[in-house]
Design a protein around this ligand. Structure first.
Ligand SMILES: [Zn+2]
Length: 191
């Protein structure tokens, strides 16, 4: 599936992905500044997790619906939980929100946040801040090291059984394929 990627949230350089499916426009992890890249058409927003640099663009979009995990949902409405307060840009979102697991194919991936999700759409795998192509996400912003270790075990198993040409689309840095991930990321090993 075709997608576009835009750098948002200023110096944090969050990857915001945009794709169209069945006539609907989807936006994954809208960081602030996404508004200048997209039209004012109605969009569906998928969130890999609730950190501020992946959600602050919500206020710039014409939103039909937002999907996030149950565990991270409260981060949308609480500036201390989504860490926007800590970074001096107090942000909350109070619109219509639904459970992402009920509507999309996801893999539960607690570690970076407790409600982090890997979202799979066709040949696109949105990994948020759980997995980057050459490393993994930090666990010190309300995450858990123990959960991350379990998640990596799960993802090693799941990804090793998937088509190696599927695309890994992380929340920061460059994109790659599953094949490249297993080649360059020390946390992923083929057995
Ligand atoms: Zn994050």
């Amino acid at each position: 599936m075709n997608y576009q990627v835009f750098k948002t949230s200023g110096a944090l350089a969050t990857n915001t992905y945009v794709f169209e499916d069945d006539g609907k426009i989807y936006i994954v992890d809208p960081g602030f500044g996404i508004g200048k890249f997209v039209s004012d058409k109605e969009v569906y927003v998928l969130l890999t997790h609730g950190h501020f640099d992946h959600i602050m663009g919500l206020s710039e979009l014409n939103i039909k619906k937002v999907f996030i995990s149950k565990e991270d949902r409260e981060m949308l409405t609480n500036p201390s939980l989504n860490f926007s307060q800590l970074f001096g840009k107090s942000f909350s979102f109070n619109g219509d929100v639904e459970d992402i697991d009920e509507h999309f194919e996801t893999i539960k991936a607690p570690g970076h946040t407790m409600g982090s999700r890997i979202i799979i759409i066709d040949d696109l795998i949105f990994t948020g801040d759980t997995v980057f192509c050459s490393t993994i996400g930090r666990v010190d912003l309300s995450g858990s090291r123990e959960k991350m270790i379990e998640t990596l075990k799960t993802l090693n198993e799941r990804f090793s059984k998937m088509d190696k040409n599927l695309k890994i689309l992380p929340g920061h840095n460059e994109q790659c394929t599953i094949k490249t991930l297993f080649k360059i990321n020390p946390y992923f090993k083929t057995r």
